[in-house]
Write a protein that binds this ligand. Structure first.
Ligand SMILES: Nc1ncnc2c1ncn2[C@@H]1O[C@H](COP(=O)(O)OP(=O)(O)O)[C@@H](O)[C@H]1O
Ligand code: SF4
Ligand SMILES: [Mg+2]
Length: 373
């Protein structure tokens, strides 16, 4: 491992109580995030993908300590986020910023966008004149020239423009890490591509590290150097974006790829796409949580949850199908003739798009591996 992780997440768990009746008694728990561990390295983009409701936003809020976990820890640059005092937390919040999915809901309708961007600077003690100057410069950088847009209110902007304001707001304190929770999902496809390209440019210019969350595998593949696949509050597979695209191992990851419309002809119809909805996170299936939708489920899959195991360099999977070939650290091709066999899932990347090629070439290439949870 070439560099120390910027972010270390260990055993994070968050169950939400469901209450009912006059006494508001807890009658059930939603197991939103259930023992998640991973590292994020400086300058990489770690993509987190999974269907709606699998716990991605809860994980984002836990990382930034907007909500408290039931168990587990988060360390940022070696510092325990959970144990940080109010003062330290203020400092940590400069370094870690969150961009939400809904660009409208996260902006104060009564603030001009210039004031919205300057706000955090004022809170952190910057003079009014300097805050204004920096806000205007940043608005210009995200494509909203302050002379034209600075005095406008959020409702006077399009969705894409509002998301640009949110990005400027997140960057104004010069953070090191951005957690981007579906930052382009609410936007039209063409606007989505512009916002993703802007984020890629800003990352390179400012030496940022991204945790990029999306339910859309194509977006995740496009932006990420490494990918973490979540299912019902757990990590089921993690690997480089290329490894996952070329040889996804977990039946869920394979189904996600089969379900994601791709321009790449080699990647079509290799596996049946995902059908049905995920089970209720209040009462997830025993053993492997994917077993109720898995075409390869065996009796033992209902008994004990499979642990994440290395199946290649920087490639881990939680599935009994790979138990025999699980390795520690050494690079290998998977020889399984079932869903993970390399031969039946040679995806290949369509690198016809220059931007995409640039993104891929700039990947950090860390030999990272999320530890078993
Ligand atoms: N405050 C909350 N109270 C109860 N349940 C919640 C709360 N926040 C999220 N959940 C539930 O936790 C699960 C994960 O939600 P979320 O993290 O928003 O998933 P995602 O972002 O992947 O769509 C969902 O079942 C959701 O309904
Ligand atoms: S552990 Fe069993 S049920 Fe789960 S994904 Fe693997 S084969 Fe399917
Ligand atoms: Mg979400």
């Amino acid at each position: 491992m070439s560099a120390a992780p910027l972010l270390e997440v260990r055993g994070l768990r968050k169950h939400f109580p469901l209450r009912s009746g006059v006494l508001q008694r807890t009658h059930a728990w939603v197991r939103a995030v259930d023992g998640v561990s991973f590292d994020v390295y400086p300058a990489e983009t770690l993509g987190i993908v999974g269907e709606s409701g699998c716990g991605k936003s809860t994980l984002a809020r836990l990382i930034l300590r907007l909500i408290e976990p039931d168990a587990g820890s988060v360390r940022f640059a070696g510092e325990d986020v959970r144990g940080a005092s109010a003062d330290r937390m203020k400092r940590l919040r400069r370094d870690m910023q969150l961009v939400f999915q809904d660009p409208h809901a996260s902006l104060n309708p009564r603030l001009t966008i210039e004031d919205a961007v300057a706000f955090s600077l004022l809170v952190h003690g910057t003079s009014r004149a300097e805050a204004r100057e920096r806000a205007r410069a940043l608005l210009g950088r995200v494509g909203l020239e302050a002379r034209l847009y600075g005095r406008r209110y959020p409702h006077e902007l399009s969705g894409g423009q509002r998301q640009r304001v949110n990005i400027a707001r997140a960057l104004v304190l010069d953070p090191r890490l951005l957690v981007l929770d579906e930052p382009a999902s609410a936007l039209d496809k063409s606007v989505q591509a512009q916002v993703l390209n802007l984020l890629a440019d800003l990352k390179a210019e400012r030496a940022l590290t991204y945790v990029f969350i999306s339910h859309d595998l194509n977006v995740i593949e496009y932006v990420s150097s490494r990918v973490l696949v979540m299912y019902l509050g757990e990590i089921v597979e993690t690997g480089t974006a290329d490894a996952l695209a070329q040889a996804p191992k977990h039946p869920y990851t394979q189904a996600l790829f089969a379900s994601a419309p791709s321009l790449d002809p080699d990647r079509r119809l290799e596996r049946p796409p995902l059908s049905g909805d995920p089970p209720n996170p209040i009462d997830p299936p025993s053993g492997c949580r994917f077993r109720t939708r898995c075409a390869f489920a065996m009796p033992r899959c209902a008994e004990t949850p499979p642990a994440l195991r290395a199946v290649g360099e920087a490639h881990d999977v939680a599935c009994y199908l790979y138990e025999r070939e699980a390795i520690v650290g050494a690079p290998t091709g998977c020889t399984h003739s079932g869903p993970g066999g390399d031969s039946d899932l040679r995806g290949g990347q369509s690198n016809e798009d220059g931007t995409r090629r640039d993104l891929r070439e700039s990947r950090a290439g860390h030999g990272t591996r999320a530890p078993c949870g």
